[in-house]
Design a protein around this ligand. Sequence first.
Ligand SMILES: NC(=O)c1ccc[n+]([C@@H]2O[C@H](COP(=O)([O-])OP(=O)(O)OC[C@H]3O[C@@H](n4cnc5c(N)ncnc54)[C@H](O)[C@@H]3O)[C@@H](O)[C@H]2O)c1
Length: 373
Amino acid sequence: MIVGVPKEIKNNENRVSITPAGAYTLVNAGHQVIVETKAGEGSGFMDEEYISAGAELAANAADVFAKANMIVKVKEYVESEYQYLREDQLVFTYLHIANDASLADALLESKTTGIAYETIRGKNGGLPLLAPMSEVAGRMSVQVGAYMLQNYNGGSGVLLGGVPGVMPGKVVVVGGGVVGLNAAKVATGMGADVTVFDINAERMAYIDDISGGRIHTQFNNPYNLKEAVKDADLVIGAVLIPGAKAPKVVTEDMVKEMKKGSVIVDVAIDQGGCVETSTKITTHDNPCFEKHGVIHYSVANMPGAVSRTSTIALSSSTLPYVLKLADKGVDALREDADFMAGLNTYKGKVTFKGVADALGREYTDPKAALQEA
Ligand SMILES: NC(=O)c1ccc[n+]([C@@H]2O[C@H](COP(=O)([O-])OP(=O)(O)OC[C@H]3O[C@@H](n4cnc5c(N)ncnc54)[C@H](O)[C@@H]3O)[C@@H](O)[C@H]2O)c1
């Protein structure tokens, strides 16, 4: 297989889909890897490292897309990349087409095989190619929250860890999944007073166990949450209902009662946000806005700002799948139902139910679609 690695061109996206270590693994397995020049630079991986790993360099994106049978990317295609989609090419990346009808159309019209990281299932449940980025975003949410609490950013001037003789800051994490637990760990490590709100008793028991009770947990209901949000210095939104828009569990009334200069980091913004006042997606260039005296941070691609860590985390998780696809093409999906769940578009058909429903398109079972081929 000829595996192509284009440079990401989305605003402030510094990740790259395959590291030199990944290229080395693929080349040793008998594949050819073509990397666009400077594709890895934003993550600290230089062209020479790819060459030493056995990859070839291409001068521009058009060259990579023209030569490869399989494209591995990080982010979904932006409009200027649609021209490269074609029927005999397999695309493996975050696609998020339930929210992007124009990319869905481009994939369907070109009949490209579109396999999405975000819908591949894990052997023990979960979404293994989403989890590494949730870990990054969860840990980062406390870092950015602590920074925004500083006075010169408009924050209330609270140091999350407090100091001896001064109480620590209060952090409320709503949703104790991968993002929430990682946020809670970092906030606890800083010395903050942390409470995680969830509706899943088992999950809260797990968090209580692994933290030795240092992370407090509370059943989420509007009454409990209202009291906690009122007192919080930092609120982190991390609720996910798979396949659905995030519910607005932190209401505008709750935000109105928060202290001036407190901070909300709505990590769930990529699913619409779980805080009613997180009304817009922001970018790393201009990540915050203020509402009711509270600073809101709502960047939808947080991991892009810590590209070195994110690239290594993501590419290490995707590599086993990349290798299987390079070895076997779509046969790799036929052999593994969890991997097949990643197939979103195939020969002009929508093969993921959630995407078909969200876009109001006809759904074709992926197994049937692959059998017809
Ligand atoms: N902004 C970014 O850059 C970025 C990066 C990674 C992930 N995310 C997003 O962060 C969100 C969380 O992801 P995750 O991987 O932690 O998901 P997850 O499935 O691991 O966790 C979600 C948690 O929410 C809980 N929950 C569901 N309904 C709830 C409710 N009403 N009240 C309280 N808790 C509730 C669930 O029980 C679960 O524990 C997702 O929307 C994900 O896409 C955003």
